[in-house]
Ligand binder design. Structure first.
Ligand code: G1P
Ligand code: ZN
Length: 540
């Protein structure tokens, strides 16, 4: 069936797909226009195969039905969909690759809250399993501005609870177990017997799935296959509103887990994942591991897991992520890449075999096993390392810092700012950048300052305006950029880093260690002065 439509403003994919308020997505023609634009901008859907699934948030199921009917009307040959329309982002990426499909549609607004009043999103991944490149998202955006019609099959809803094959006209719909293939992939990468032995010997863990999509994956892998005690996984049932929680695994939103890990009788290891399962937070007994440090530790120890025994080809991190991983790469004699924020920039490096591990300060880590960050993967690699090294998380961290030095690191977010105020702050610092080198602030000398631009070493494409950075001669840094995933006003992210070659000790308070850099940021960018805010909304 052909339906006439009109272009809808603002369908520009951000850092990770198109995210809007759920109500916006549910408004007439909104989802349909965007999906048709994806098909149109990528050579049409005729004869193609796609993977479809999402994180279970409100509207996930009916959006999936719409996409299935649209794929059928656009001539797709087959759609592989997770049972009950569920697929974590990394599992979807894996399926796109495993089944050699033409791409996939992942329904998620990641770590943003879900529900009728909250957020929804659609991500399009290409045949390599990774997020569409900027060239593709620009073509999709262009199509949304000229679309006049979309196609949708007039068909009853598919029973997505039933595993097996059904048809919409000439298109096959394969409803599959969302967990099985992913679990098999993990079993091939990690030493499950060693981890099982560790659990059998009394190792205790808490995994907070935050009422989001990772619950079924974590239960199957941790509790069933690895023998972690029943109840290890909490908040394990995906709920349309994530139980009212903010499914973002960081110390602010995963408070219950933090309290347990810092309380009496804490388990040996704690972890959490986000709405769509690509983020992770890792906590030891009485010690929080920052994502930047986690990436560095994973890089330094990955060879302990069977999937990485041959060593790493290289490590990549987003520009605002701390340089802790760079020190490991240097020691290992492997390549180290600095990309703009967003997983899509890692795809080429992974495809070209330049990098094996990638990570971002925003609780994302992953490897070349898929083309997305992967929360549970990071947790399993940690478990494998713990099982091999037979040390606690704090012993591993302390050993790491003594060997490589410590990059104190934090991100301060100022959320829901009026757009013009946020733009003024950015412009204020941007205008000063050229004059900064050589200046002294808070007793530190500025060595370099620029607006980060990235030239992709594989395809030569250049991405400009990727964050303002000020680097001090002692290795300390501050970075300022605007979020590309928010759905309300503008969010300024201030990233702070200070390197100490001989760390003073585990108990150091990170914010105190960063105090001079925090003061320098205010002196240079005046965020608080300009916005009238007295403190960041979220500190990670
Ligand atoms: C945020 C993170 C970024 C991550 C993205 C998707 O984007 O900062 O590292 O890739 O979410 O999970 P931002 O809102 O900063 O554009
Ligand atoms: Zn996510």
């Amino acid at each position: 069936m052909r339906v006439a439509t009109q272009p809808i403003d603002g369908q520009k994919p951000g850092t990770s797909g198109l995210r809007k308020k759920t109500k916006v997505f549910m408004s007439k023609g909104y989802l349909e226009n965007f999906i048709q634009s994806i098909f149109d901008a990528t050579g049409g859907a005729t004869g193609k195969t796609y993977v479809v699934g999402g994180d279970g948030r409100y509207f996930n199921d009916s959006a999936t039905q719409t996409i299935l009917k649209m794929a059928a009307a656009n001539g797709a040959e087959r759609v592989i969909v997770g049972q009950n329309a569920l697929l974590s982002t990394p599992a979807a990426s894996h399926l796109i690759r495993l089944m050699a499909t033409d791409g996939g549609l992942i329904l998620s607004a990641s770590h943003n809250p879900g529900g009728p009043e909250e957020d929804f999103g659609v991500k399009f991944n290409t045949a390599n399993g990774g997020p569409a490149s900027e060239a593709v998202t620009e073509a999709i955006l262009a199509r949304t501005t000229e679309i006049r019609e979309y196609f949708i099959a007039d068909h009853t809803d598919i029973d997505l609870s039933r595993i097996g094959t059904q048809q919409i006209g000439g298109m096959e719909v394969s409803v599959i177990d969302p967990v099985a293939d992913y679990a098999a992939l993990m079993e091939g990468l990690f030493d499950f017997p060693a981890i099982r032995t560790m659990f059998a010997a009394g190792f205790r863990m808490r995994f907070d799935a935050m009422c989001a999509v990772t619950g079924p994956y974590a239960r199957e892998i941790l509790e069933r296959r690895l023998g972690a005690a029943p109840g290890t996984v909490v908040n394990g049932d995906p709920l349309p509103d994530f139980g009212g929680m903010h499914p973002d695994p960081n110390p602010t939103w995963a408070q219950a887990l933090m309290a347990e890990m810092f309380g009496p009788d804490a388990p040996d290891f704690g972890a959490a994942s986000d709405g769509d399962g690509d983020r992770n937070m890792v906590v030891g007994r009485g010690i929080y591991v920052s994502p930047s440090d986690s990436l560095a530790v994973l890089a330094a120890n990955a060879h302990l897991a069977p999937g990485y025994r041959g060593g790493l080809k290289g490590v990549a991190r987003s520009m605002p992520t701390s340089t802790a991983a760079d020190r490991v790469a240097e020691a290992l004699g492997i390549g180290c890449y600095e990309t703009p924020t967003g997983w899509k920039f890692f795809g080429n490096l992974l495809d070209a075999g330049k990098a094996t591990l990638c990570g971002e300060e925003s609780f994302g880590a992953g490897s070349d096993h898929v083309r997305e960050k992967d929360g549970l993967w990071a947790v399993l690699l940690w478990l494998n390392i713990l099982a091999e090294r037979k040390e606690s998380v704090s012993e591993i961290m302390s050993g790491h810092w003594h060997r490589f030095g410590r990059n104190y690191y934090s991100r301060h977010d100022y959320e829901a700012l009026p757009v013009e105020v946020a733009n003024r702050v950015m412009a204020g610092l941007r205008d000063k950048l050229a004059s900064l080198p050589g200046q002294e602030v808070e007793g530190m000398t500025i060595g370099a300052a620029d607006d980060f631009a990235y030239a992709d070493p594989v395809d030569g494409s250049v991405s400009k305006g990727q964050g303002l950075r000020v680097v001090f001669t002692d290795g300390s840094r501050l970075v300022l950029r605007l979020s590309g995933t928010g759905t309300e006003g503008a969010t300024i992210r201030l990233y702070l880093e200070r390197y100490v070659a001989v760390p003073e000790g585990l108990a150091d308070e990170v914010q105190a260690a960063l105090a001079p850099v925090i003061r320098a940021a205010e002196a240079l960018a005046g965020i608080r002065a300009e916005t009238g805010r007295v403190a960041p909304d979220v500190i990670t």
